[in-house]
Ligand binder design. Structure first.
Ligand code: EPU
Length: 436
């Protein structure tokens, strides 16, 4: 079991490059199932969830080559089985993204039902109701979701999402590309990752309109072909590094990002006193500014402030003057980092969907535990400013979605190292049900 050991107190200074967005790369890799031709994806981040998705694709018979670092060349010409096994789904919920493409191209799919996870119940009822409306028969068998399309394929349908779902939108959008007639998704997720997927699908010959707006229309086509596509930069990694620069009173140039996708994150962090300059279309310059001040925050679907930045914001607010009320509206049970931050000295009251942070407080290094991907990032940020040494257990959570975070932080002056524990830990990553 690996952990991070951080000695706090260094201002981080220098240049950091942002990797491709995990949450865009995952659906784009799944989209390769929709065609027998090659799909070539560039700027794939080197993170654990990508390795899991690659294993899933290979498990069902696809070939995945990496001609260059961060490029995947996927061929789903010879898919043999239409099943995503429990072993993969339980470590990564995004495995459900295989359902839509398998069902659309092969007329059948079997994916283990993801269970509860560290950040709440997270059902997939919207995905399943969608496939049913497209004519599929969907049922549960031995813990698996089994879906079967009618003999002549899925039919386009109109959906009104009662809740905005990112992967739900992506799954139905992919299913719609090969369905007969038009599929319409109302109250669709507007995340840049949804738009990125639509762009890839259109390059493959799909007819998707309106991605990035609340209404997406897809006119089904007979078949899709190969395509080449570059994944957008990771906006959550960008936001995390902005906070890292600000919280350590450092100065950072953040390269290879897309500031436009980070509008609300940037606006909120400016509001609390962080100085952020847009140097150009792919570079931000961050400095700490004078004093940080408290401000309330509510997470919401894009374009509002993302739930995936809530934990990092909470750590920042432990250093701000005043009382910040943080409301989490997307997931229940996404404050697990708060109790770990308390152990480091943070003053946080935790309610059902609200946390109140009183700042500023001096954080003291402690042994803490990562519980999900973004929670781990918030603990790393806390460790960077804590007095003394912080040890973060279960860093495999952070490896799921941040590419070499310790290497990137070290390069800009942080005192952080990855260490291997000699004693056997009670839980292996495979046993610990995962989050994203
Ligand atoms: N929901 C339902 N029914 C459904 C689907 C969703 O009730 O069928 C609910 C969820 O329980 C949740 C809300 O709708 O309360 C939003 O969930 P959504 O489906 O949007 O989440 P997701 O698609 O499973 C993606 C990201 C998450 C990110 C959320 C919200 C991927 C692979 N994952 O998850 O990323 O937090 O959207 O923006 O795109 C992360 O990267 O750390 C991460 C957790």
């Amino acid at each position: 079991m690996e952990k991070f050991r951080i000695r706090g107190g260094n201002a981080i200074k220098g240049r950091v490059s942002i990797s491709g967005a995990k949450n865009s790369a995952l659906p784009c890799m799944a989209a390769a199932i929709l065609t027998a031709e090659h799909v070539i994806l560039h700027n794939i981040p080197y993170v654990r969830d990508i390795i899991t998705m690659r294993r899933l694709l290979e498990d069902i018979g696809a070939h995945v080559l990496t001609p260059e670092l961060r490029t995947h060349k996927i061929s789903a010409a010879n898919i043999e089985v239409m099943t995503a096994p429990y072993e993969l789904v339980k470590t990564m919920r995004a495995s459900v993204l295989a359902l839509g493409p398998l069902l659309a191209r092969f007329g059948k799919a079997r994916v283990s039902l993801p269970g509860g996870c560290a950040i709440g119940a997270r059902p997939i009822d919207l995905h399943l109701a969608g496939f049913t409306k497209m004519g599929a028969e969907v049922y549960l068998e031995a813990g698996d979701v089994v879906a079967r399309a009618p003999d002549d394929g899925l039919v386009g349908a109109e959906f009104d999402f009662e809740k905005i779902s990112v992967t739900g939108t992506e799954n139905l959008m992919m299913a719609g590309t090969l369905a007969r007639g038009r599929t319409t998704i109302n109250n669709a997720a507007r995340e840049p990752e949804v738009r990125d997927l639509a762009e890839l699908l259109n390059k493959m010959g799909a007819r998707v309109r309106g991605a990035g707006t609340p209404r997406i229309e897809i006119d089904g086509v007979e078949a899709l072909g190969g395509a080449e596509h570059t994944i957008i930069p990771d906006r959550i990694e960008t936001g995390t590094f902005i906070v890292a620069g600000a919280i350590t009173r450092g100065e950072l140039e953040i390269k290879d990002c897309n500031p436009e996708h980070c509008n609300r994150i940037i606006a909120k962090l400016r509001e609390v006193g962080v100085e952020i300059e847009e140097v150009n279309q792919s570079t931000l310059h961050v400095s700490a500014g004078k004093k940080l001040k408290a401000a309330e925050l509510t997470t919401q679907a894009y374009p509002a402030f993302p739930t995936d930045m809530q934990a990092q914001y909470m750590t920042l607010m432990t250093q701000a003057n005043g009382r910040s009320e943080i409301t989490e509206t997307i997931f229940e049970n996404r404050f697990m980092h708060a109790s770990e931050l308390q152990r480091m000295g943070a003053r946080i009251q935790i309610g059902h969907d609200k946390a109140i942070v009183e700042g500023p407080t001096k954080l003291i290094g402690a042994r803490v535990q990562a519980s999900d991907l973004r929670a781990s990032a918030s603990l790393v940020l806390a460790g960077l400013i804590a007095e003394g040494e912080t040890t973060i257990d279960r860093v495999y959570h952070i490896d799921r979605g941040y590419e070499k975070i310790e290497t990137k932080l070290k390069a800009v002056g942080a005192d952080i190292e990855r260490v291997r524990e000699s004693v056997t830990s009670p839980l292996s990553p495979e046993e610990d049900v995962a989050a994203a």
